[in-house]
Design a protein around this ligand. Structure first.
Ligand code: FAD
Length: 419
């Protein structure tokens, strides 16, 4: 009995840790020659943090990230539309973390190697396909070798080779006309030092949040994403998380965004390297699992990075797969149970983000109603409506405060698969 995992990103490593916890043999095949801390900042919602705590990674998370205490939405003139507490401050039993994606991936990797041994993962091993077999499924690697497993999990990201085998006519991810420029800059954080800010509207936006505690001089690592809309029919460069960009492509649009609490052009100028990424997702799939093979993480449900859900959902997938195996064994039935539980939720998140109904929808609403200039936000949108909108998205994303706090743990401490 063995589970083969294609991809050692956030999803694949979280699944490895989960399977090790419950006593299921597994092996990860990762295409990169070496795991390196790639990417910039991401957020982990309390529902995913809970799972990492249950995996015994509380101290490690505390070391690499900071607890996000506030989320705020601001007009293009820096005026406050809506601010809400996050994590413990909001009443969750678990914090929300802002972390560097690369630091998170390396933390998961080191924890996995410490627990399961270095030989649980093979790097420089690109999966190209799968075959169903009498005893489960084979994972086919680029060097032509075949690895036989009881189940195969595709955690190979937005360009998943296994998804392509399942849906050969699907084509490339779909671009919505927006380009994201992402980077980190050393600087003084704002509004208490653990606050995520979304400023602007649909066609021009800045999202920024610290991902480290301030140093002795009061400077933290600030993660930021500048976003601009283009004609979606214009040519665009294929998505690549690591493509460096030139700030002259967008700095001019943000030159006036200097407010008494944040200096947006200063943030942009202070970055060493800026990465460019088109806002892409894929259509939801009608089916993730085929026999002994299924999809997880971005391979299953790539969505726009607007509601801080990508990494959180990947971690939750891993935990639900583990829980399903505890109920149904290492069987296709477990994969089906996982899909039944998670696919509707993931589809809902993707569609909500795509429809512009994410938590950031209030930005465009305010732009439409008053061009971002107001004396009191209550004259533009009643605060009750803003509160209801924020609560609705949390509920769609599976992290409404009351539900999460009341929900039993996904995998009980000490649970092991026997027999
Ligand atoms: C290099 C990189 C940088 C990123 N930076 C950011 C960021 O800055 N901000 C953000 O919001 N999200 C970023 N992401 C995406 C984010 O990590 C995911 O949206 C989310 O965490 C879901 O994780 P995942 O494990 O499903 O996918 P990913 O994190 O994309 O992991 C997929 C893994 O599979 C490996 N892989 C790909 N193809 C194959 C194959 N054929 N065979 C074997 N292995 C394969 C990849 O090398 C990677 O390690 C980045 C992803 C990558 C790969």
């Amino acid at each position: 009995m063995s589970v083969l995992i294609a991809g050692g990103g956030i999803a694949g490593l979280s699944l490895g840790l989960t399977l090790h916890q419950i006593g299921v043999p597994f092996h990860i095949y990762e295409s990169a020659a070496q795991l390196r801390p790639m990417g910039v900042g991401i957020n982990l919602q309390p529902n995913a943090v809970r799972e990492l705590f249950d995996l015994g990674l509380e101290a490690e998370l505390e070391r690499i990230g900071i607890r996000t205490r506030q989320l705020g939405f601001y007009s293009k003139f820096g005026k406050t539309i809506w601010e809400e507490p996050r994590g413990l401050e909001a009443g969750y039993a678990w914090p929300q973390y802002s972390v560097h994606r690369g630091a998170l991936q390396m933390m998961l990797y080191h924890a996995l190697v410490a627990r399961a041994g270095a030989d649980c993962i093979t790097t420089d091993a690109r999966a190209v396909g799968f075959d169903q077999t009498a005893s489960g499924a084979d994972l086919i690697l680029a060097d032509g070798s075949r690895k036989s497993g009881t189940l195969v999990l595709a955690a190979d990201g937005i360009h998943s080779a296994l998804r392509q085998q399942m849906y050969p006519d699907e084509g490339a991810p779909i671009w919505n006309g927006r380009i994201l420029w992402r980077a980190t800059t050393k600087g003084a954080p704002w509004k208490g030092g653990a606050s995520m800010a979304m400023i602007g509207h649909d066609s021009l936006r800045m999202v920024a949040y610290p991902i480290s505690r301030p140093d002795a001089e009061g400077l933290a690592t600030l993660n930021w994403i500048a976003e601009k809309s283009f004609d979606p029919t214009s040519p665009w460069k294929k998505e690549d998380w690591n493509r460096a960009a030139d700030i002259n492509d967008f700095i001019g649009d943000f030159e006036d965004w200097k407010f008494d609490w944040i200096d947006v052009p200063g943030l942009i100028h202070g970055a060493e390297v800026v990465y460019e990424y088109p806002m892409v997702d894929r259509d939801p799939l009608p089916q993730w699992g085929f026999g002994a093979v299924t999809l997880m993480g971005d391979a299953a449900h790539p969505t726009y990075p607007v509601g801080s859900n990508g990494a959180s959902q990947a971690i939750l997938d891993a935990r639900v797969i583990g829980a399903s195996m505890l109920s149904h064994g290492v069987t296709p039935k477990a994969l089906a149970a996982y899909e039944t539980e998670v696919r509707p939720l993931a589809t809902g998140i993707g569609q909500t983000n795509r429809a512009g109904k994410g938590p950031d929808a209030v930005l465009q609403q305010v732009e439409d109603l008053c061009g971002g200039e107001f004396t009191s936000i209550d004259d533009v949108i009643p605060s009750g409506d803003l509160a209801a909108h924020a609560a609705r998205y949390k509920s769609i994303s599976g992290f409404s405060i009351e539900d999460l706090n009341a929900r039993p743990e996904t995998i009980k401490a000490g649970a092991r698969l026997t027999g």
